[in-house]
Write a protein that binds this ligand. Structure first.
Ligand SMILES: *Cc1c(COP(=O)(O)O)cnc(C)c1O
Length: 370
């Protein structure tokens, strides 16, 4: 599914030097590279503040803590996504309210969000799924009308760009009150372990986030807030700072692979290629097909036999997960998400796919769906 080895080989001298420099300094925590990387990522994304964290899930948790949400407050999030978003909502004693997604983009439906708003709703957490932005303009408008916070989960979409109707563009993660991302190794900007970050344009929120991520402490051993310990370690920051200048090349390589896939499957009736959002670029964290009129699981098995890995992101929507059973929801409530769970199939997607591999994969997929 991913090839991190070859990507490393291409930048080995600079990467090895960057890691060695951290070891030589022995500043494994809070070394200079951490703040340096944060400044570079601010310049890249256009976010006023980038605050590193230990991983993407903790970034989401810190974001919700920083907004001062209270038990019982409702947070709206899509039901078709990775578990992290709903998980931190539940962990903080907040109430996750899930909504359906769109068939084409697989992103949160703004109309569904509108219908899910109640007097208890405090925040919306859109997930920019698979690498393209949820429809932020109407979502931000809706949030403004109802006085709600917006926390973007941009773990899969760093570098994606959204265009507003006035022509203004903004990067994923920089449009809401807070953006949260992950540097898990397979993400578009991945480190060599765990890592994450929060983005915000609000000075006060930035200070609160920094404080919470550091045990609620502004002055050493004075704890103003209940916090957590969430740090990006220096080696990971050095890895990320080395990779960041290559991010646009990495995105372009993913987009080229996606274009190859799109073209190869354009004549296949049973294969629907990823729908594109009208107002967002797509950075293809995943290239996710919808298999229609054929048994997805049988297709996947045939692919495995042919030596082509394929993954199901995600097989069970949140409202049908055992740990998230809720009397408000039952099977059938979110038909698009439930259908997607039965038909999505993600193909290998990374920066090192060459034409030979792509030809092999696309032929195997076409054969497997005959
Ligand atoms: C990867 C991911 C996360 C969590 O990131 P971690 O760094 O693994 O904690 C959260 N949300 C989405 C959509 C993700 O893809």
């Amino acid at each position: 599914m991913v090839d991190l080895q070859q990507q490393y080989q291409k930048i080995k001298p600079e990467m090895d030097a960057a890691i060695q420099a951290v070891i030589d300094s022995a500043a494994f925590v809070k070394g200079a590279q951490v703040e340096q990387f944060a400044r570079h990522l601010e310049a890249y994304t256009g976010a006023k503040h980038v605050i590193p964290a230990a991983n993407g899930t903790e970034a989401l948790q810190i974001a919700l803590m920083a907004l001062g949400l209270k038990p019982g407050d409702e947070v709206i999030t899509p039901t078709f996504t990775f578990i992290a978003t709903a998980e931190v909502v539940a962990l903080l004693g907040l109430t996750p309210v899930v909504v359906d997604v769109e068939w084409e983009t697989m992103n949160m439906s703004v109309e569904a969000v509108r219908k899910a708003i109640t007097p208890k709703t405090k925040a919306i957490v859109p997930v920019h799924l698979f690498g393209q932005c949820a429809d932020m303009q109407p979502l931000l408008q809706l949030a403004k009308e109802h006085n709600l916070y917006v926390v973007e989960d941009t773990a899969q979409a760093i570098g994606a760009r959204y265009t507003f109707s006035d022509g203004r563009t903004a990067q994923a993660g920089t449009m809401g009150d807070i953006g949260c991302t992950s540097f898990f190794p397979s993400k578009n900007l991945g480190c060599y372990g765990d890592g994450g970050a929060l983005f915000t344009n609000d000075d006060e929120l930035a200070d609160t986030i920094r404080t919470i991520a550091n045990h609620g402490m502004r002055v050493r051993y004075h704890h103003d807030l209940i916090g957590v310990n969430s740090r990006l370690d220096t080696i990971q920051a050095a890895v990320l700072d080395t990779k960041l200048p290559h991010l646009d090349e990495y995105i372009a390589a993913r987009q080229a692979a996606a274009a190859y896939y799109d073209k190869a499957f354009s004549g296949c009736e049973k294969i629907l290629t990823p729908g594109r959002a009208a107002n967002s670029t797509h950075v293809f964290h995943q290239y996710t097909l919808r298999i229609v009129g054929a048994d997805r699981d049988a297709v996947r098995e045939r692919l495995t036999k042919a030596g082509v890995p394929a993954m199901i992101y995600y097989p069970i929507p949140l409202h049908l997960q055992k740990a998230y059973q809720d009397p408000r929801y039952k099977a059938g409530d979110f038909p698009v998400a439930e259908r997607l769970a039965t038909c999505v199939l993600s193909l290998p997607m990374h920066t090192e796919l060459d034409e030979e591999q792509l030809a092999f994969i696309t032929k195997a997929v076409a054969d497997a769906t005959l």
